[in-house]
Write a new protein. Structure first.
Length: 758
């Protein structure tokens, strides 16, 4: 029998203990168990909420669609039956982005229940529209159904504060309904506390991922009131740096303070036909609803003035306990973590375990494994996207990403271990281990300056690991226990963040998750000497074995993650008719179209497409021209650089897009009987004509669009009337079960175009 040295046994025991901690955190961080319809009437039941979903969330409900109207009628009926005062707000919503003005006729459902002694308003919001390519059972029908079940569970007992439910329209096309509510509705301008619910997947816990500024009072309420609170302030800090938005954005800009919730796992189904009732995790629905009900009760009876604060709070969970502390502690903790690492370095130097020059080399070189882990993760993604172009269409959000994620984590481990083994003889193990802690400490300082809510992810591991190292130097007999205890916080925070990054960003941005894994492994370096084999050649073989295992994991992932009816691939296909030349084409934006799509497209000739239609590299193919009414664009008036246009589309068309050959600076949309809305437009559109205007849910009588286009002379505008579905096109056959439409906005559309010179 082989005798394993005591130091190796101790090192392996410590690593196994930390692995158990990380596994326990992952195992206890999921959604709730769904409650049956027989649950007590005062509790939220996912099964009761499902009955609503079955009535209105079985088909796509894009803005302006007949299915959207059917869903709206059902929701209004249910809210009125619950005793709420209900109105439908019809308005024109607007949004703008680079080179683009988006408009839409929205129908928001607004329900109110007056409070008994109000200190303000509690607004619960979710959108009932879906993306055109799927029924949106999770995004966002689950939250809408949760609102109905929450109202039922609240019963007839009056809340102290006014309760408003906003079921918005047009969120998928630029948060149009929420924008119109915030701009035009009296309740939208009154302010209050907002609870917004979303989804970017079909499973996982309902996490608070965004808050308004100065959130300390809200975080305190969230931590105390919600039975299973999930999320942490790093998500809030990072989301504020991203360009993404939800209905939460225009509502908080209008003066609401609040919290935004979503579940994000199994995000490969997001915005596809697979965002369905069959795929939705009932536990996620339960978690959404239980969170909503608990906060509705607590905030409904609170003095809402107590929610106001003058600072943000840091918050995160450790073994089911929500830890919170005020923003003023962020900098002291960041500085303390740097001081603790410095103290560890000085203590190690006194014991002649390192020298300052070697420490400097260990610290500065520590960036190499971090960068290498990021590069290798992106190389893995590039290889996967090259082997399977459909992965690129899916944006890196794969059905079975587990083996690929494990490969990325394995390569992060190889990066750290290769760096360590290369320098350990030259620099020394202690200099590398202590120097490595300088990186989480430095990142903690950087976050304290630019993203305070995320600083704890780096500050606390650096601080506790440094303290554990000091304890190991001072208490050599309990060295392993002290080191393990000091690394527990790192094992709780960093792997959990890597898992969240993988779930939210996918493998296309796998380098971000790999960075978190590499940082975690840097905090484990004190165990390296204890756990690695004694013989040098065996040690050098470890990273080589890691590379082989990573390759095997990638191969296993490709073998396992096959597309089938339960886990389909994606493809893009649209049908474009040029009403001027009576020519039609199939168009696909796929990098490498699957066999079904290649029935329709065969090359890259875009010269025959209408002006302004080609965007990026496209596949095209000839198609039979169908008789379809062209969009009608007429010039009402022109004054200087301002053109006033009347736009109409044919019967069945739901939306219109105008592509303009010169950049826009402003656009206005007006519909008869509704308040016009104007938005500024800056910059130009990428890979298409410089300016673009979209109007979703266009009414039968059309709309009036006013454009401000600097420059003189004639102006070409391509109008595109868009109708959902391709079944009316001769020769079209339905997609096979192993494919669904991709999320590109013109997928699955009949686009009838006409170019006007004005």
């Amino acid at each position: 029998m082989i005798e394993v040295p005591h130091r190796i046994r101790a090192g392996l025991a410590g690593l196994l203990g930390l692995a158990a901690v990380a596994f326990l955190v992952a195992a206890t961080g999921g959604a709730m168990r769904p409650l049956p319809a027989a649950a007590p009437s005062g509790e939220f039941s996912a099964e009761r909420a499902m009955r609503h979903l079955e009535r209105f969330a079985a088909e796509p409900r894009p803005i302006g669609s007949a299915a959207g109207e059917r869903a709206r009628n059902y929701l209004v009926e249910q809210l009125r039956a619950a005793g709420l005062r209900v109105e439908t707000q019809r308005a024109v919503g607007a949004n703008s982005s680079r080179g683009l003005a988006s408009f839409g006729q929205v129908h928001n459902v607004v329900a109110t229940r007056p409070g008994t002694d109000p200190t303000g308003t509690v607004l619960i919001a979710a959108h009932y529209d879906s993306a055109a390519m799927g029924p949106g059972a999770s995004d966002d029908a689950a939250a809408v159904a949760a609102m109905l079940e929450t109202v039922r569970a609240l019963g007839n007992a009056g809340l102290r504060n006014d309760l408003v439910l906003l079921m918005s329209d047009g969120e998928e096309d630029g948060v149009l309904g929420a924008e119109a509510f915030a701009r035009l509705h009296p309740l939208g301008r009154a302010g209050g506390v907002l609870l917004n619910f979303e989804a970017r997947g079909v499973a996982g816990p309902s996490m608070m991922f965004e808050t308004s500024e100065d959130n300390a009072g809200l975080v305190r309420t969230f931590a105390q009131a919600v039975p299973h609170p999930r999320g942490d302030s790093s998500m809030v800090a990072l989301y504020r740096l991203l360009p993404n938005n939800t209905d939460f954005t225009p509502l908080t800009k209008a003066g609401f303070t609040g919290m935004n919730f979503a579940y994000i796992e199994r995000s490969s189904r997001y915005h596809t036909a697979q965002d369905s009732l069959a795929q939705m995790d009932r536990g996620s629905l339960q978690h959404h609803g239980s969170t909503m009900l608990a906060l509705a009760r607590t905030l409904g009876d609170a003095d809402l003035a107590t929610m106001k604060a003058d600072h943000d709070a840091t918050y995160f969970r450790i073994f089911g306990v929500m830890v919170t502390y005020p923003q003023w502690l962020v900098w002291p903790l960041a500085v303390l973590s740097v001081a603790a690492v410095a103290a560890l370095a000085l203590a190690a130097r006194r014991r002649r375990l390192l020298s300052l020059p070697r420490l400097a080399v260990g610290t500065l070189s520590g960036i190499l494994p971090l960068l290498l882990s990021v590069v290798l993760a992106q190389v893995v993604w590039a290889l996967l996207a090259g082997v399977r172009p459909t992965y690129d269409v899916m944006g890196g959000l794969l059905h079975r990403p587990g083996p690929f994620q494990a490969a990325v984590a394995m390569l992060a481990g190889v990066s750290v271990l290769a760096w360590y083994l290369a320098l350990r003889r030259v620099v020394g193990p202690c200099a590398l281990a202590v120097g490595a802690l300088g990186w989480p400490a430095a990142l903690g300082v950087a976050c304290a300056a630019y993203a305070p809510g995320a600083a704890f992810v780096f500050t606390l591991p650096a601080l506790t690991c440094a303290l554990g190292g000091l304890g190991a130097l001072l208490l050599p007999r309990g060295r392993m226990a002290t080191l393990t205890a000091g690394t527990i916080v790192s094992a709780i925070l960093l792997p959990a963040l890597a898992r969240t990054v993988f779930a939210g960003m996918g493998l296309a941005l796998g380098g971000a998750a790999a960075l978190m894994v590499a940082l975690f492994l840097l905090t484990l370096l004190p165990f390296a000497e204890l756990a690695l084999p004694e013989r040098r050649r065996w040690r050098l073989a470890v990273p080589a074995v890691g590379v082989v295992l990573a390759g095997a994991l990638v191969a296993a992932g490709l073998a396992v993650d096959r597309f089938d009816a339960d886990n389909p691939g994606r493809t893009h296909l649209s049908y474009v008719v040029d009403a001027d030349g009576r020519k039609a084409h199939w168009v696909s934006a796929d990098t490498e179209p699957p066999a079904w799509t290649k029935r329709y497209v065969s090359g890259h000739d875009t010269a025959a497409l209408p002006p302004g239609y080609a965007r990026g590299t496209l596949w095209t193919g000839p198609a039979p021209a169908v008789r379809a009414a062209a969009p009608r664009l007429s010039l009402v008036s022109r004054s200087g650089d301002t053109l006033r246009l009347r736009v109409r589309v044919g019967r069945g068309a739901r939306s219109v897009t105008l592509r303009v050959e010169r950049p826009l600076t402003q656009a206005t949309a007006a519909v008869r009987g509704l308040t016009p809305v104007t938005v500024p437009v800056t910059g130009t559109r990428a890979r298409t004509w410089p300016g673009e205007v979209r109007f979703r849910g266009l009414p039968a009588e059309g709309a009036e669009i006013t454009l401000r286009v600097p420059g003189t002379g004639r102006l070409r505008v391509t109008a595109i009337a868009e109708t959902d579905g391709l079944r009316s096109v001769p020769g079209f056959t339905a997609m096979p079960p192993n494919l669904v439409a991709s999320t590109r906005e013109d997928g699955g559309l009949v686009a009838v175009t006409r170019t006007y010179t004005l």
